[in-house]
Ligand binder design. Structure first.
Ligand SMILES: [Zn+2]
Length: 88
């Protein structure tokens, strides 16, 4: 009877160790440079770090232009554009 209990305890311990190892592997896989490279392709929002959907003018170009119809300022210099998410 006590040997059955010992076997059960060993089995449960092995199960826990197995789950623990799997969780560590999942965590390591997330931190791999490969996955980081994939997320780097999608630029993150310059304001809130959410995935960016478009480029937005930062308003800092000394030679900025104004749209005669909408009055919105814009730049012909692409270095003044930064990735922004849908809300920014
Ligand atoms: Zn944002």
């Amino acid at each position: 009877m006590s040997s059955n209990l010992t076997t059960l305890v060993i089995l449960v311990t092995l199960l826990h160790v197995g789950v623990f190892v799997i969780m560590i592997m999942i965590r390591l896989r997330r931190d791999e440079p490969g996955t980081a490279g994939e997320s780097a392709k999608i630029k993150s929002c310059a304001v809130c770090s959410q995935p960016a959907t478009h480029l937005g003018y930062d308003g800092l170009d000394p030679d900025e232009r104004h749209d005669p119809h909408t009055g919105r300022s814009y730049s012909i210099d692409m270095t003044h554009y930064q990735p922004l998410c849908a809300t920014h």
